[in-house]
Design a protein around this ligand. Sequence first.
Ligand code: CP
Ligand code: NVA
Length: 308
Amino acid sequence: MVNIKGRDFLSIGDLNGNELSGVLDAACAFKRSLQEGDTVRSLSGRVVALIFQKPSTRTRVSFEAAIYHLGGGSITMNASELQLGRGETIGDTGRVLSRYVQAIALRTFGHNEVEELAEAADVPVVNALTDLEHPCQVLADLMTVREHKGVLAGLHLAYVGDGNNVANSLALGCALAGMRFSAGCPEGYEPDAEIIARARGLAGGDRIRIVHDAREAVSGAQVVYTDVWTSMGQKDDHRRKRDLEPFRLDGDLLAAADPEAIAMHCLPAHRGEEISGEVMDGPRSVIWDQAENRMHAQAALLDLLAGG
Ligand code: CP
Ligand code: NVA
């Protein structure tokens, strides 16, 4: 079993390949134990604070359910209701919360905010999504790919659409897992350049590709992934939609991938925009498994970071 006790989880790249594989093993073990009604109660007597600066359905509910199944307590807060909204610093908030709780998850805008919280807090801090990364999502995504394909190493995952937080974490996660990653996006919508450079350093340059054609990106891919064209906090304008239109994941695009390719989306989706309803509800979609696996992956993560 991997030992990541007491650490923060701000980026998927905070884990090495071995640790990532260990967290995924633990997530599968948790899923089995929940099905058998026999989960470890490793958060018994422990409390986790969940702070949201942006809306959430899956992250909030999957964290709360995971903590419940591990025997712990959760306190979910909208950041605007805290003194944070009146100017108390993130650092001071972290120092105080560390006196009450055994882990903190934060969803916010600037990635520097989770870094500041982690710097000040004495307890593990988990990134529940920033503008730069969504590492908890990618744990669940890799778990889902592994469930459906049996392995990760050697697979090709193609991401089409806006090179956003999810794309960034996928690039790093694929590199750590020994997978190939292609992003197909319009010019000006590429994933973060520093993250891509880091992923290339981990995987080898030719295994992490950015192309400006959706069909070229998905050609031969065993996994095809997309996400919204306008992320939380971004301006929803006509230009984005016009630029991203050729990158919609529909039946035609999926047909350009491997014949057995699976289709993924982190949700929430805008049906008919970045993904067609036909693909979402079709036989190749593993989207609902992805959503379920958020809970199993985060249970494993919290157990490993903060469990007793
Ligand atoms: N995928 C995801 O993080 O969903 P929520 O925004 O609903 O938490
Ligand atoms: N890229 C999306 C992901 C939502 C889970 C966003 O940041 O809004």
